[in-house]
Design a protein around this ligand. Sequence first.
Ligand code: FMN
Length: 357
Amino acid sequence: MRLYPTFFRLAFSWMDAERAHKIGFQGIRLAHRCGAGRLLQRLTAPAPSLRTEAFGLTFPSPFGLAAGFDKEGHGIEALTDLGFGHIEVGTITGQAQPGNPSPRLFRLIEDRAVINRMGFNNDGAAAVAPRLRAARAALQRRYRTVRPVIGINIGKSKVVELEDAVADYLISARSLAPAADYLVVNVSSPNTPGLRLLQDVETLRPLLTAVGEAADSAAGRHVPLLVKIAPDLSDEDIDDVARLALDLKLDGIIATNTTIGRTGLASDPDAVESCGAGGLSGAPLKKRSLEVLARLKAATGGALTLVSVGGVESGEDVRARLEAGATLVQGYTAFLYEGPFWAARINRYLAKHPVRR
Ligand SMILES: Cc1cc2nc3c(=O)[nH]c(=O)nc-3n(C[C@H](O)[C@H](O)[C@H](O)COP(=O)(O)O)c2cc1C
């Protein structure tokens, strides 16, 4: 019997969504600190058959936690107790910033969706870097063979003008690359004004080139570099990004971020309207995220690692993404609705139902 859905209905669903997130995340970290980590790790460890090779790294499972849940690396070890094959930390920016005023996170329970306009609230790259280096060292000590992978997702500071974006991303790349197993250039959040304009290949090319060079030189090794794109790009724009990624020999593309669209929702339109601006994630994103994956697969012909994210809820969903051409799959919103054993359930399903490629 699953207790979490009842707990969610009786407690979390009545609370401000950001407060519920903080309490849930604190609970996960507390369980880890109280010594439950080892036990949880044994219970949730992905089967060895799920090991996945991507951009020169071995992931214990193809399923990981998407950016935004642990924005500053406060709970990486605790989150790996739950069976995620990788944790993508961030988005982290060059400068510390508070994000948008609260309330800024809203649930659409009927749609199993969320609208957020967090706005990259974080302590800034310089403050987060030592925490991430310590977390990486701790995982290396704790997992003898294959350990969960740490991705670091970077974005533009709000106060920095778009023309100065490259220099701002470089601040983050230089301080964070040494702690990163892979690095993600996020140009697709709808909550930083103008950010998504950086997806234009004319601006994206110099940005990715500069970040890739700075990351490798700061870390003294090749740090796999990926770009994260929005579901709201046109199909032609998706093809352009795919061609650019191939041209620059990027390590992969993460698709997709949240959408600014509000179509196909079952929730009361007034309730949706009252949430205001922000990115929509969760089940309503599933269809478009799959379409973008198919488009990228066709455009890259398997020459690039694709990471699929958006509306993934179940083991079946993850398997469908892997069969559609993704090497790795991520999720976030369903974690809020499914609870702490979500990744472990997905891993169990995948172990029992091998992917047909
Ligand atoms: C509250 C919240 C905050 C997020 N913050 C970030 C972020 O900082 N950087 C980022 O690249 N994506 C962020 N995302 C987007 C997720 O990483 C993911 O791409 C998106 O939610 C779609 O996946 P999902 O439907 O499984 O949630 C955030 C999503 C949510 C719900």
